[in-house]
Design a protein around this ligand. Sequence first.
Ligand code: GAR
Length: 196
Amino acid sequence: MSRIALFASGSGSNFQVIAEAIQRGDISADIAILVCDQPDAYVIKRAEQLQIPVFSFRAKDYSSKVEFETKIVDKLREAGVDFIFLAGYMRLIGETLLRAYGGKIVNIHPSLLPAFPGKDAIGQAFNARVKITGVTVHFVDEGMDTGPIIDQESVRVAEDETRESLQEKIQKIEHTLYPRVIKNLLTKAVVEGTKK
Ligand code: GAR
Protein backbone atom coordinates (compact mmCIF):
# COMPACT_ATOMS: atom_id res chain seq x y z
CA MET A 1 0.00 0.00 0.00
CA SER A 2 1.36 3.43 -0.96
CA ARG A 3 2.19 5.89 1.77
CA ILE A 4 1.43 9.43 0.71
CA ALA A 5 2.06 12.89 2.11
CA LEU A 6 -0.35 15.73 1.53
CA PHE A 7 0.94 19.31 1.62
CA ALA A 8 -1.50 22.16 2.29
CA SER A 9 -1.59 25.76 3.48
CA GLY A 10 -5.27 26.59 3.92
CA SER A 11 -8.73 25.23 4.45
CA GLY A 12 -7.96 21.74 3.20
CA SER A 13 -11.14 20.82 1.35
CA ASN A 14 -9.03 18.80 -1.11
CA PHE A 15 -7.22 17.14 1.78
CA GLN A 16 -10.63 16.19 3.20
CA VAL A 17 -12.00 14.58 0.02
CA ILE A 18 -8.77 12.63 -0.52
CA ALA A 19 -8.84 11.39 3.09
CA GLU A 20 -12.50 10.38 2.68
CA ALA A 21 -11.78 8.53 -0.58
CA ILE A 22 -9.07 6.60 1.25
CA GLN A 23 -11.40 5.84 4.18
CA ARG A 24 -14.06 4.54 1.79
CA GLY A 25 -11.46 2.30 0.16
CA ASP A 26 -11.65 4.10 -3.22
CA ILE A 27 -7.92 4.88 -3.05
CA SER A 28 -5.58 2.24 -1.70
CA ALA A 29 -3.13 4.36 0.32
CA ASP A 30 -2.33 5.69 3.76
CA ILE A 31 -1.90 9.39 4.43
CA ALA A 32 1.37 9.11 6.35
CA ILE A 33 1.62 12.82 7.13
CA LEU A 34 0.16 16.26 6.46
CA VAL A 35 2.81 18.94 5.88
CA CYS A 36 1.53 22.46 6.48
CA ASP A 37 3.39 25.77 6.40
CA GLN A 38 0.62 27.66 8.23
CA PRO A 39 0.26 26.42 11.82
CA ASP A 40 -3.15 28.16 12.13
CA ALA A 41 -4.63 26.65 8.96
CA TYR A 42 -7.95 24.82 9.21
CA VAL A 43 -6.48 21.80 7.38
CA ILE A 44 -4.58 20.95 10.58
CA LYS A 45 -7.85 20.58 12.50
CA ARG A 46 -9.14 18.28 9.77
CA ALA A 47 -6.02 16.12 10.04
CA GLU A 48 -6.24 15.97 13.82
CA GLN A 49 -9.87 14.89 13.62
CA LEU A 50 -8.83 12.08 11.28
CA GLN A 51 -5.82 11.23 13.50
CA ILE A 52 -3.40 11.89 10.67
CA PRO A 53 0.10 12.97 11.81
CA VAL A 54 0.95 16.61 11.07
CA PHE A 55 4.23 18.43 10.54
CA SER A 56 3.57 22.16 10.61
CA PHE A 57 6.20 24.84 10.43
CA ARG A 58 6.71 28.54 9.80
CA ALA A 59 9.17 29.35 7.04
CA LYS A 60 10.38 32.39 8.97
CA ASP A 61 11.66 30.15 11.76
CA TYR A 62 14.26 28.76 9.35
CA SER A 63 17.18 30.54 7.74
CA SER A 64 16.45 29.23 4.23
CA LYS A 65 14.20 27.05 2.07
CA VAL A 66 16.97 24.43 1.99
CA GLU A 67 16.83 24.26 5.78
CA PHE A 68 13.06 23.79 6.12
CA GLU A 69 12.85 21.44 3.16
CA THR A 70 15.64 19.32 4.65
CA LYS A 71 13.52 19.02 7.79
CA ILE A 72 10.47 18.12 5.68
CA VAL A 73 12.44 15.43 3.81
CA ASP A 74 13.56 13.96 7.17
CA LYS A 75 9.92 13.82 8.30
CA LEU A 76 8.80 12.24 5.02
CA ARG A 77 11.53 9.59 5.18
CA GLU A 78 10.69 8.80 8.82
CA ALA A 79 7.06 8.37 7.78
CA GLY A 80 8.01 6.14 4.81
CA VAL A 81 6.41 8.43 2.23
CA ASP A 82 6.37 7.30 -1.43
CA PHE A 83 4.43 10.16 -3.09
CA ILE A 84 3.65 13.79 -2.32
CA PHE A 85 0.37 15.44 -3.33
CA LEU A 86 0.17 19.21 -3.02
CA ALA A 87 -3.35 20.30 -2.12
CA GLY A 88 -3.30 24.08 -1.86
CA TYR A 89 0.34 24.30 -0.68
CA MET A 90 1.21 27.88 -1.53
CA ARG A 91 4.98 27.58 -1.82
CA LEU A 92 7.30 26.84 -4.68
CA ILE A 93 8.89 23.42 -4.18
CA GLY A 94 12.66 23.81 -3.94
CA GLU A 95 15.68 21.79 -5.00
CA THR A 96 15.90 19.81 -1.74
CA LEU A 97 12.43 18.28 -2.05
CA LEU A 98 12.82 17.83 -5.80
CA ARG A 99 16.09 15.97 -5.36
CA ALA A 100 14.51 13.64 -2.79
CA TYR A 101 11.11 13.11 -4.45
CA GLY A 102 11.51 14.28 -8.07
CA GLY A 103 8.86 12.77 -10.36
CA LYS A 104 6.79 11.81 -7.33
CA ILE A 105 5.36 15.22 -6.49
CA VAL A 106 1.96 16.17 -7.93
CA ASN A 107 0.04 19.44 -7.69
CA ILE A 108 -3.51 20.60 -8.35
CA HIS A 109 -3.93 24.07 -9.79
CA PRO A 110 -7.23 25.93 -10.31
CA SER A 111 -6.82 26.92 -13.98
CA LEU A 112 -6.19 25.31 -17.34
CA LEU A 113 -2.40 25.53 -17.32
CA PRO A 114 -0.34 26.97 -18.90
CA ALA A 115 -2.92 29.76 -18.50
CA PHE A 116 -2.93 31.62 -15.19
CA PRO A 117 -0.09 30.06 -13.20
CA GLY A 118 0.80 31.35 -9.74
CA LYS A 119 -1.36 32.93 -7.09
CA ASP A 120 -5.12 33.51 -7.31
CA ALA A 121 -5.57 31.64 -10.59
CA ILE A 122 -9.36 31.80 -10.23
CA GLY A 123 -9.28 35.59 -9.81
CA GLN A 124 -6.85 35.92 -12.71
CA ALA A 125 -9.16 33.91 -15.01
CA PHE A 126 -12.24 35.78 -13.80
CA ASN A 127 -10.64 39.18 -14.37
CA ALA A 128 -9.44 38.12 -17.83
CA ARG A 129 -13.11 37.35 -18.67
CA VAL A 130 -12.26 33.99 -20.20
CA LYS A 131 -15.26 31.88 -21.20
CA ILE A 132 -13.65 28.60 -20.26
CA THR A 133 -11.32 27.83 -17.38
CA GLY A 134 -10.78 24.73 -15.28
CA VAL A 135 -8.47 22.62 -13.19
CA THR A 136 -5.08 21.02 -13.90
CA VAL A 137 -3.27 18.21 -12.12
CA HIS A 138 0.43 18.08 -13.00
CA PHE A 139 3.80 16.78 -11.91
CA VAL A 140 5.90 19.34 -10.09
CA ASP A 141 9.19 20.55 -11.52
CA GLU A 142 11.37 23.51 -10.55
CA GLY A 143 9.09 26.05 -12.23
CA MET A 144 5.92 27.75 -11.06
CA ASP A 145 3.08 25.41 -12.21
CA THR A 146 5.09 24.31 -15.25
CA GLY A 147 5.51 20.52 -14.85
CA PRO A 148 4.07 17.85 -17.17
CA ILE A 149 0.27 17.85 -17.20
CA ILE A 150 -1.43 14.65 -16.02
CA ASP A 151 -5.08 15.61 -16.45
CA GLN A 152 -7.36 18.61 -16.86
CA GLU A 153 -11.05 19.37 -16.65
CA SER A 154 -12.74 22.47 -18.00
CA VAL A 155 -15.64 24.59 -16.83
CA ARG A 156 -17.65 27.26 -18.62
CA VAL A 157 -17.78 30.74 -17.09
CA ALA A 158 -21.44 31.83 -17.09
CA GLU A 159 -22.57 35.30 -18.17
CA ASP A 160 -23.62 36.15 -14.61
CA GLU A 161 -20.70 34.35 -12.95
CA THR A 162 -19.16 35.92 -9.84
CA ARG A 163 -15.67 35.29 -8.53
CA GLU A 164 -17.28 33.28 -5.70
CA SER A 165 -19.56 31.16 -7.90
CA LEU A 166 -16.61 30.39 -10.18
CA GLN A 167 -14.56 29.29 -7.19
CA GLU A 168 -17.38 26.97 -6.11
CA LYS A 169 -17.55 25.39 -9.57
CA ILE A 170 -13.77 24.95 -9.70
CA GLN A 171 -13.58 23.38 -6.25
CA LYS A 172 -16.39 20.99 -7.10
CA ILE A 173 -14.34 19.79 -10.07
CA GLU A 174 -11.19 19.52 -7.96
CA HIS A 175 -12.96 17.32 -5.45
CA THR A 176 -13.68 14.63 -8.03
CA LEU A 177 -10.68 15.11 -10.33
CA TYR A 178 -7.90 14.96 -7.73
CA PRO A 179 -8.99 11.74 -5.96
CA ARG A 180 -9.47 10.10 -9.38
CA VAL A 181 -6.01 11.10 -10.61
CA ILE A 182 -4.39 10.02 -7.33
CA LYS A 183 -6.12 6.66 -7.54
CA ASN A 184 -4.95 6.14 -11.13
CA LEU A 185 -1.36 7.21 -10.43
CA LEU A 186 -1.01 4.99 -7.39
CA THR A 187 -2.56 2.01 -9.17
CA LYS A 188 -0.18 2.52 -12.09
CA ALA A 189 2.81 2.84 -9.75
CA VAL A 190 1.94 -0.41 -8.00
CA VAL A 191 1.42 -2.24 -11.31
CA GLU A 192 4.72 -0.93 -12.67
CA GLY A 193 6.49 -1.65 -9.41
CA THR A 194 7.72 1.95 -9.16
CA LYS A 195 6.12 2.64 -5.82
CA LYS A 196 9.42 3.77 -4.48
C1 GAR B 1 -7.35 24.76 -4.41
O1 GAR B 1 -8.29 25.43 -5.23
C2 GAR B 1 -6.09 24.48 -5.18
O2 GAR B 1 -6.31 24.23 -6.54
C3 GAR B 1 -5.35 25.78 -4.99
O3 GAR B 1 -5.58 26.11 -3.65
C4 GAR B 1 -6.89 25.68 -3.29
C5 GAR B 1 -6.85 24.99 -1.95
O4 GAR B 1 -8.14 24.71 -1.48
N1 GAR B 1 -3.95 25.63 -5.27
C6 GAR B 1 -3.22 26.55 -5.89
O5 GAR B 1 -3.66 27.64 -6.21
C7 GAR B 1 -1.78 26.15 -6.13
N2 GAR B 1 -1.11 27.10 -6.97
P1 GAR B 1 -8.37 23.76 -0.24
O6 GAR B 1 -7.44 24.23 0.87
O7 GAR B 1 -9.82 23.94 0.12
O8 GAR B 1 -8.05 22.36 -0.69
